[in-house]
Design a protein around this ligand. Structure first.
Ligand code: ZN
Length: 215
């Protein structure tokens, strides 16, 4: 190969590398947090499952003043199909809610709709069994819609607002683009995109993986 060709090839390679760098830098980066199935309970429902006056005990702090508790229960769907050791998140809320993956819903035999957290009207019925009692929720079982938590400063930097829907790209072997990702802005939030275990497994990404907001 003559010198001119080598120079030309070198230049093309350098240009292509530079373009890749520029491409990487133009999106806003968001770390992933994979949410396993979990439960939010009212104080009243907690007491039905664990006994009068029971208080959740803290295992791990989460963002927004929430925590993973040490308490686990069994969730039971139709035809007594059950999943054991489902963790309760605290503190207690004004409405009980069970968040499962689509695969869990199939296993339980329930038709859980994809919903934002808290939006449980007409969602799937589910039963819960704790050490001191059982509980039937006529609605409350959902597959949580994917979303990104961020602070107002992050929202400004990313050029998005609370309630916006964005697309997000995972740049790995599977190269998945997630559309319809809801932005949630609050002072108590740290930057993180929450997806469920089905979404994480299917796209080959895990907690700590970084994805990019694409517009
Ligand atoms: Zn979340």
């Amino acid at each position: 190969m003559d010198r001119e060709n080598i120079e030309m090839i070198t230049r093309l390679v350098m240009e292509s590398l530079q373009k890749q760098e520029e491409k990487k830098e133009c999106g806003f980066l968001v770390p992933i947090g994979v949410s396993a199935r979990h439960i939010h309970l009212t104080q009243e429902d907690l007491e039905t499952l664990f006994g009068p006056g029971y208080q959740l005990t803290k295992k791990k702090e989460l963002m927004g003043g929430q925590f993973a508790s040490n308490e686990l229960v069994t969730i039971v769907g139709l035809k007594l199909r059950a999943i054991e050791n489902v963790r309760i998140l605290g503190p207690c809320r004004s409405k009980s809610q069970v968040e499962v993956s689509a695969t869990d819903a199939i296993k339980l035999g329930v038709k859980a709709p994809i919903r934002d957290s808290g939006d449980t009207a007409d969602s799937a019925p589910i039963a819960l069994v704790g050490p001191k009692g059982a509980l039937y929720l006529k609605e409350g079982c959902i597959v949580a819609a994917r979303h990104i938590h961020m602070s107002p400063a992050d929202a400004k930097a990313a050029g998005v607002h609370d309630g916006d829907c964005v697309s997000v790209k995972a740049d790995n072997e599977r190269g998945t683009v997630f559309s319809n990702v809801k932005i949630r802005v609050d002072d108590s939030f740290t930057l993180e995109m929450h997806i469920d275990t089905d979404e994480a497994n299917a796209s080959n990404i895990a907690t700590g993986t970084t994805v990019t907001i694409v517009k």
